[in-house]
Design a protein around this ligand. Structure first.
Ligand SMILES: NC(=O)c1ccc[n+]([C@@H]2O[C@H](COP(=O)([O-])OP(=O)(O)OC[C@H]3O[C@@H](n4cnc5c(N)ncnc54)[C@H](OP(=O)(O)O)[C@@H]3O)[C@@H](O)[C@H]2O)c1
Length: 216
């Protein structure tokens, strides 16, 4: 393995996050995770450091960020996001902490139904967003505000946004690749694997792309 890296993970106890932590540890990396309920993380590893905390209240963000190589956020709370842009408020505190600590690379997982800055959302996706996915509109608006903030105010950082399409927690259906237009309804495990690869891919910097299973 190449040199061991340290990943700071937000949302580690979530559906994508659990797969991400498992993969990073399997790949021999170190993981630092902020979680509200540590017992939700079943992993035991000397390479896993868990800090109990809430993104709205964490006061020592600099200490969490210090010494990490990559930061990843797979955060969501659809009920809360109906009322307030909790993720945007957090990212607006995280980015300055990353600057202060000299940590450059951030991957933020949003959804395929969230509109990327400066690009339209295809009509079919607007229909889905406003009908069967209506209860997640707050989450999309929060994710859109994160993308706008990163685009407008964080060009000095190597951020990237994964606008994931996720349908099940089943086994792998293939390998996801980054795409501006095409997307797949993937599994959480495949999205986590995509996030892991994409974080280390310089060509993904400053993109807000979808992911789609590779053909063939
Ligand atoms: N689920 C989908 O089908 C889907 C599809 C496409 C895109 N996405 C996007 O992917 C992202 C992550 O989704 P997901 O389904 O993997 O996540 P999820 O299962 O809903 O888990 C969300 C994670 O965020 C954490 N979290 C929420 N509020 C927090 C707070 N105040 N402080 C600390 N941690 C907090 C949760 O911690 P707790 O365990 O403590 O609650 C959990 O670890 C979201 O942006 C979502 O829009 C999801």
């Amino acid at each position: 393995m190449s040199q061991q890296k340290t990943f700071l993970v937000f949302g580690a106890s979530g559906q994508t996050g659990q797969h991400f932590v498992a993969l990073a540890l399997k790949e021999g990396q170190k993981v630092r995770a902020l979680v509200r309920t540590p017992s939700k993380l079943a992993f035991k590893s000397p390479d896993l450091h868990i800090q109990q905390g809430d993104i709205s209240e964490v006061s020592d963000l600099d200490a969490l960020v210090q010494g990490t190589d990559f930061v990843i956020a797979m955060l969501g709370n659809a009920q809360m996001q109906k009322k307030t842009k909790i993720n945007t408020a957090f990212v607006q505190r995280l980015v300055p902490a990353m600057r202060r600590q000299g940590v450059k690379r951030l991957l933020y997982q949003a959804g395929g139904l969230s509109k990327p800055p400066g690009r339209p959302l295809p009509a079919a996706l607007w229909v889905v967003r406003n009908t069967i996915a209506r209860s997640y509109i707050g989450q999309h608006k929060d994710n859109e505000a994160v993308m706008e903030y990163l685009t407008d105010e964080a060009s000095d950082l190597e951020w990237m946004v994964h606008r994931a399409g996720i349908g099940s927690n089943g086994p792998s259906k293939g390998v996801l690749a980054r795409s501006e237009k095409d997307f797949s309804i993937a599994t959480f495990a495949d999205c986590a694997a995509y996030n892991y690869r994409t974080l280390m891919d310089p060509s993904a910097v400053h993109t807000c792309d979808l992911s789609c299973y590779r053909k063939g």
